[in-house]
Design a protein. Structure first.
Length: 318
């Protein structure tokens, strides 16, 4: 519960305060130079944090709706917020073509929220453009050659080789920990596209450190050493590594709750690897909700209010 609350508050408030000044700065600059595609930046920005989401929140973030519902909600958001002069059917059709490509992009193995992010982030960028730029912008997103590059990366063996090289570096970094330190990093979980087999040529490595008592005392040093080791191995430029800001416990019960999809466990302790790895016959303790529910709708209303408050707090520098 503590992990979920911390993740929720960061995503819906703290992160918003960090993101809003940059976004509104770009929008104001675009607005000063001519007509902009979106006339209500705060309302649009707030909506983008909940559009396409179920309203349910978990330890690693919120759950996206099913793909068809995500597309439907972004279509409705475009119609509502992209009200600049000249925005019409051509721009909507270009968006539809882009969303169709996004639905099929890397669809077999991608994370449940991947398509949602692939649509949301370009829409946020588009909201600071001139209306006459939208059609070409949407048509240039996710071209066939990008999908082919991802497919080639996965099928040529490059993805597997990159993953194995990183796992070797991760093990080396774990072995550098002081074995006598109670708060040493005992294990690390690799999650995301390299764990699921859906990585592309520029995908990053997402790492969660497991420490007795979830202590963060040594986490910064571990993160710096891992980044330095991966850079020295020549991998960080193309496939950067990010270590979560907070450590977690080396507990199977907690891992099974937090990790709702495939993940990899790396540790110098074979017994710990066996205990924390999910077996083929075991299901995650939590199933993500990806449809519309009354609870989700109420949550989304509260989330929208919190995001709006975050933008106001950023304006007031609170």
């Amino acid at each position: 519960m503590k992990l979920t609350s911390r993740s929720f508050f960061w995503y819906m408030y703290t992160h918003i305060k960090d993101m809003w000044p940059g976004y509104i700065g770009r929008w104001k600059k675009a607005d000063a130079e001519g007509p902009v595609a979106v006339s209500s930046p705060r309302a649009f920005f707030t909506a983008m944090r909940v559009t396409g989401m179920s309203g349910r929140f978990y330890a690693l973030g919120g759950s996206a709706l099913e793909d068809g519902l995500v597309i439907k909600e972004f279509r409705e958001a475009f119609a509502r917020y992209f009200d600049g002069p000249g925005v019409g059917a051509r721009e909507m059709l270009a968006l539809e073509r882009f969303m169709a490509r996004a639905k099929g992009f890397n669809a077999e193995k991608r994370a449940h929220a991947n398509m949602y992010k692939n649509i949301r982030d370009p829409l946020i960028r588009a909201s600071t453009m001139r209306p006459d730029q939208l059609e070409a912008y949407f048509d240039g997103l996710l071209p066939p050659e990008k999908e082919q590059a991802v497919r080639d990366f996965q099928q040529s063996g490059r993805m597997d080789r990159t993953r194995e090289a990183f796992l070797d570096v991760l093990m080396k970094t774990l072995n550098e920990e002081d074995p006598n330190a109670h708060d040493r990093v005992r294990a690390a979980i690799v999650l995301g596209s390299f764990a699921t087999g859906s990585a592309g040529p520029s995908s990053d490595f997402d790492v969660e450190a497991l420490v007795n008592g979830a202590s963060n005392r040594r986490l910064g040093d571990f993160s710096r050493r891992l980044t330095a080791n991966w850079t020295a191995a020549g991998g960080h430029a193309a496939n950067p590594v990010t270590v979560h800001d907070n450590a977690s416990w080396p507990s199977w019960g907690l891992v099974n709750i937090i990790q709702t999809r495939y993940y990899l466990v790396v540790s110098a302790e074979p017994a710990l690897v066996a205990r924390l790895s999910r077996q083929a016959f075991e299901n995650p303790a939590v199933n993500l909700e990806r449809g519309h529910t009354l609870r989700g709708s109420l949550n989304r209303a509260a989330q929208r209010a919190l995001v709006m408050a975050g933008t106001v707090a950023a304006d007031l520098q609170l």
